[in-house]
Design a protein around this ligand. Structure first.
Ligand code: 5AD
Length: 473
């Protein structure tokens, strides 16, 4: 059987999609190749959020294609996910060595399409059409990584944490964002379907689940698909209206799974943080004290131009409420610098908001004009030099705040869930605190999957170090 290598660019949703495709292919008998240089099929899972991400994937494919053309002409090359969706056939016109372009609603067809191409029945396949019910098809996992299971049900999986896709798409239409085009309209899976997948994962040893979607706080707002049938949008059923949003109802249902220790989710929209969700933080102990809340800007004028639907004051009010519910909550964010029309004064409001909130960490993005988005045509585009300079200044501020927050952890005891060997130093183990900080400590494989109390001895750059003495108690 052929081997496949999937390289993933972009967000956790993309990572999850790659995992699901890899798992489907493995179930069909494919092996997972360790590098693209030895694979029979190379798929690049692409991101379109900024031009830089697109250029990186195209550059990578150009390099692979040049090598394949010269040395291994039978290798199948494909693009999948967001850039595949937004560019379609254009990618093959630009890179004629590419055989497959697989859109964001088509991952479950990957194995069939590859079979057809490998068997020589079809030359090129581009499929970026909408497919009703596709939100419920991202369900297979690869908990055992590249290691076969050997039929040994008791072997602990390599993955203690898992991502579960609960919905696809976004209807928010922020003026900078290409995601509504690449991921389509909001479509939610049923609670029963999601819970069944989570239960299955927990029965295999998973302890922490992250519920994933482009805008999870909108989960179920436009109805949910039925559990039993892969039906279209017209067959979606309304969630009964109660005080609680469908997302909180989902959290409650997942919370009931015995053996599950921790629940996370990403990405929410600040606008979707109703009192019911804040109250859920106070009530559901498995829901960890951690929130990724993309603020994008600290200036009301820019927030309005971005079409974000909240003000600086409302955002700060939300942070206050969350901290009241969970004083130790870790809060991270996304910020765009240099949005069209952003003045020095607007930017300084972002700097001051970052300080006022005291984010644990922030992902910074230099504004990048995206095709067919309103912001791309707005006046007063900010020159690259200024975007870079603001990015640099904000990064310094975020690092300074982060350092203070991480330093404050030294000397404290905290609970971590051990995930596996540290990537930087495989002789050490790593885990995460409930507020999502990485802790490195000198443990061993037997700690994998355990909830441990460790004493924090040292803080590095966005990493904590734990005391092995406590671990060995
Ligand atoms: N330019 C820069 N950053 C962007 N993001 C989304 N669209 C753009 C864009 N056009 C950022 C936002 C979002 C994150 C995933 O990507 O901050 O939250």
């Amino acid at each position: 059987m052929p081997s496949v290598f999937i390289k993933t660019y972009g967000c956790q949703m993309n990572e999850r999609d790659s995992e699901a495709v890899a798992a489907q292919l493995v179930a069909k008998g494919y092996t997972l190749a360790p590098t693209e240089a030895v694979a029979d099929v190379v798929l690049l899972n692409t991101c379109s959020v900024r031009d830089f991400a697109e250029k990186k994937a195209i550059g990578k494919m150009q390099n692979i294609a040049a090598d394949v053309r010269k040395n291994r002409p039978n290798v199948v090359l494909g693009f999948m996910c967001c850039m595949a969706q937004s560019r379609g056939q254009e990618l093959i016109d630009k890179l004629p060595d590419v055989d497959l372009v697989l859109g964001t609603q088509k991952f479950h067809h990957a194995a069939d399409y590859l079979d057809e191409i490998l068997a020589g029945h079809r030359d090129k396949i581009v499929d970026v059409a909408a497919e009703p019910g596709s939100e419920a098809t991202i369900r297979e996992h690869l908990l055992y990584g590249k290691v076969a299971r050997n039929g040994d049900g008791h072997k602990p999986p390599l993955q203690i944490t898992a991502y579960v896709s609960i919905m696809q798409g976004c209807n928010q239409r922020c003026t900078f964002c290409i995601v509504p085009d690449t991921r389509g309209e909001e479509r939610s899976r049923s609670i029963a379907d999601i819970v069944a997948e989570c239960r299955q994962l927990v029965s295999q040893g998973v302890k922490e689940i992250t519920l994933l979607g482009q805008i999870v706080t909108s989960y179920g707002k436009r109805g949910v698909g039925r559990a039993e049938l892969p039906l279209g949008r017209d067959a979606q059923q309304r969630v009964p209206t109660t005080e609680k949003s469908p997302f909180v109802q989902l959290l409650e249902a997942v919370h009931e799974i015995e053996g599950l220790e921790r629940i996370r989710f990403t990405s929410p929209h600040p606008k979707g943080y109703g009192d019911d969700l804040i109250e859920a933080y106070a009530r559901l102990p498995k829901l960890v004290e951690s929130a990724h809340l993309p603020v994008q800007s600290g200036s009301d004028r820019v927030l309005k131009l971005m079409h974000r639907g909240y003000t600086r004051e409302r955002f700060l009010g939300l942070i206050k409420k969350l901290r009241r519910a969970r004083p130790d909550i870790g809060i991270t964010t996304d910020i765009i610098v240099g949005f069209p029309g952003e003045t020095e004064d607007d930017f300084e409001q972002t700097l001051s908001l970052a300080r006022e909130v005291g984010f644990d960490n922030a992902y910074l993005f230099k504004y990048s004009p995206r095709r067919d988005t309103p912001a791309a045509g707005m006046p007063d585009q900010v020159p690259l030099k200024i975007r870079e300079e603001r990015n640099h200044r904000l990064l310094e501020t975020i690092n300074e705040i982060g350092k203070r927050k991480y330093d404050a952890f030294v000397g404290r005891r905290t609970q971590i869930l051990v995930e596996g060997p540290s990537r930087k130093n495989p002789a050490r183990m790593t885990g995460r605190t409930r507020c999502n900080r990485i802790v490195v400590f000198e443990g061993s494989e037997r700690h994998r999957g355990q909830l441990l109390d460790v004493k924090i001895t040292r803080a590095g750059s966005f990493t904590l170090y734990g005391d092995p003495a406590i671990v060995n108690l």
